[in-house]
Design a protein around this ligand. Structure first.
Ligand SMILES: NC(=O)c1ccc[n+]([C@@H]2O[C@H](COP(=O)([O-])OP(=O)(O)OC[C@H]3O[C@@H](n4cnc5c(N)ncnc54)[C@H](O)[C@@H]3O)[C@@H](O)[C@H]2O)c1
Length: 324
């Protein structure tokens, strides 16, 4: 099938492209960076906020299946740069969807939403729970989910919504100082500096290996799951302190983390229920330690990376001190 992946240069997108190509799909990718390119994918480097260019390229591709992954996923930053986060989520989504519909071949859209739509409701989060996001990123994702449902009814295409959970693995962007705790810890070790932990480090997350997550996203594109929403990721919750200990163990580096105040509006426990993907897809997790070892081996090959900071739109005293 003719498949478009937006965000194909990112962590999830690049692994998804590999699977799509392995199953002989004709794959087109649009990202605004040139990282992680598979040369067998037709790659376009483009900022999807550019409506006119997006229209031209996507209408000429005329995709049958669209995996909408492109986004700025900097959740914690979204309070301080809400324009950046909303345009790089909502505008990017509609600039992908509209020309895909106009081109006339669209069968299904798979949207990568986020566990951030749940906010601080009771854990474990179930797909049937009423979302209550408490950051601008989560609000953007929920807006897109709702829009996708409406547009699919009016314009006659199928959709699947994926809510991934703290995904990590080889090819994660190590230059990003605002997100991805696993690679933040690893990159700080490679640089030779202690990493930062917010609050007391007892907040809990379910770290999910990209190779496990991507399999479910791929299958959502083609199996009989139209109109469904899936939590995708691991069920096993770990505290940030526990994650820190495991990374020190596998890397063989002893680190004394620097503890900073809690981040504003940070959800303490992010734990999703994954019974649905276990039932429908037979989902199984790679053990965390094995997945972290593979990621560490990859990170070592990349070597220490320089962080790229961007100017915040609304800096105030609540900005974490380590965001120079
Ligand atoms: N990684 C996670 O833990 C996680 C968790 C929940 C949801 N998600 C969602 O899954 C998707 C993929 O996440 P990821 O971790 O692979 O992200 P990533 O940051 O590694 O990759 C994002 C991709 O989007 C592209 N992109 C961003 N803004 C763009 C723009 N304006 N125009 C064109 N391309 C643009 C980037 O070039 C990159 O290819 C995102 O929608 C993210 O919100 C990720």
């Amino acid at each position: 099938m003719k498949v478009l992946v937006t965000g194909q240069s990112g962590l999830i997108g690049s692994h998804l492209v590999d699977i799509l190509l392995a199953y002989n799909h004709e794959v087109y990718g649009i990202s605004r960076t040139n990282r992680n390119k598979n040369p067998r994918c037709h790659n376009f480097c483009l900022d999807l906020r550019d409506t006119a260019r997006a229209k031209k390229i996507i209408e000429s591709v005329a995709p049958e299946v669209v995996f909408a992954l492109a986004a700025n996923a900097a959740e914690g930053k979204s309070f301080f740069s809400p324009i950046d986060i909303t345009t790089n989520n909502i505008d990017v989504f509609f600039n992908t969807l509209v020309p895909s519909i106009r081109a006339g071949k669209l069968k299904r859209v798979i949207f990568s939403s986020s566990v951030a739509v749940y906010g601080s409701i009771k854990t474990p989060f179930k797909e049937s729970d009423t979302p209550a996001p408490q950051d601008i990123y989560g609000v953007s994702k929920l807006t897109i989910e709702n829009s996708l449902k409406i547009m699919s009814q009016v314009h006659g295409f199928e959709y699947v919504i994926i809510r991934p959970h703290n995904v990590f693995g080889p090819r994660q962007n190590m230059n990003d100082p605002y997100r991805n705790v696993v690679t933040l810890f690893m990159n700080h070790i490679l640089i030779g500096e202690p990493y930062f932990i917010y609050g007391n480090g007892e907040m809990r997350r379910c770290f999910s290996y990209v190779k496990d997550v991507v399999d479910i996203i791929y299958r959502s594109g083609f199996e009989k799951v139209s109109g469904m929403t899936f939590n995708v990721g691991s069920d096993l919750d770990w505290s940030i302190n526990q994650l820190s200990e495991v990374i020190q163990k596998i890397s063989g580096h002893i680190v004394s983390p620097k503890y900073l105040p809690d981040r504003v509006q940070e959800v303490h426990n992010v734990i999703s229920n994954h019974n649905l993907i276990r039932k429908i897809f037979g989902y199984k997790d790679t053990p965390l330690e094995k997945a972290l070892k593979e990621t560490w081996e990859w990170a070592k090959k990349q070597g220490p990376q320089k962080y790229i900071y961007t100017e915040l739109e609304l800096p105030n005293k609540l900005v974490p001190k380590n965001w120079k």
